[in-house]
Design a protein. Structure first.
Length: 135
C-alpha cells in the first residue's frame, strides 16, 4: 500500500471515469502546463524557489506566480513555505513523483521517434490523394 493511497484511489477514479467520459476530470488540462510542472520538480529538488527560478530560466516573481497558479489548478498545496525553503506536502510529493514519471515517458517517446526513419518524400504528401495521373 502506498503512502499516497488516498491520492492513488482518487487517481484511479479519475483515470477510469464512469461511462467512459473524460468530462469527469477535475483539472482543466488547458491550465496545466509542462513548464509549471517542471518548475515544481526543480523546486522540490532544490528546496527553494529562489534557486529553482533561474534554473528554469524564470524571474523569481514569474516562478512564484506560476507555482501559485499550478496549485490553484490542481486544487492542492504542493509546498509548505518556510522562511527560506520549501517543504513538500503529501500531495506535493505525489504530484512531483507523477510529474517525473510523465517527463521520463516524454523523454523516452522523443528518443524512440528520433530513431524512426522517415521515408523519402513522405513529409509533405497528402496520404489521402494519389500522385498518379488519372487514366
Amino acid at each position: 500500500m502506498s503512502v499516497f493511497s488516498p491520492l492513488a484511489e482518487q487517481r484511479t477514479s479519475i483515470a477510469e471515469p464512469e461511462g467512459g467520459h473524460s468530462a469527469s476530470l477535475l483539472v482543466n488540462l488547458a491550465r496545466l502546463d509542462f513548464v509549471s510542472l517542471k518548475l515544481a520538480v526543480v523546486c522540490a529538488q532544490e528546496g527553494s524557489l529562489t534557486r529553482a527560478a533561474p534554473l528554469c530560466n524564470m524571474a523569481l516573481m514569474t516562478a512564484s506566480r506560476r507555482l501559485r497558479i499550478l496549485e490553484e489548478t490542481l486544487g492542492c498545496t504542493l509546498f509548505h513555505r518556510r522562511c527560506r525553503s520549501l517543504e513538500l506536502t503529501m500531495a506535493g510529493a505525489y504530484v512531483i513523483k507523477t510529474s517525473q514519471e510523465v517527463f521520463c515517458l516524454i523523454d523516452n517517446m522523443m528518443l524512440e521517434i528520433a530513431g524512426v526513419p522517415v521515408p523519402y518524400g513522405s513529409g509533405h504528401e497528402n496520404p489521402g490523394r494519389s500522385t498518379r495521373p488519372a487514366s
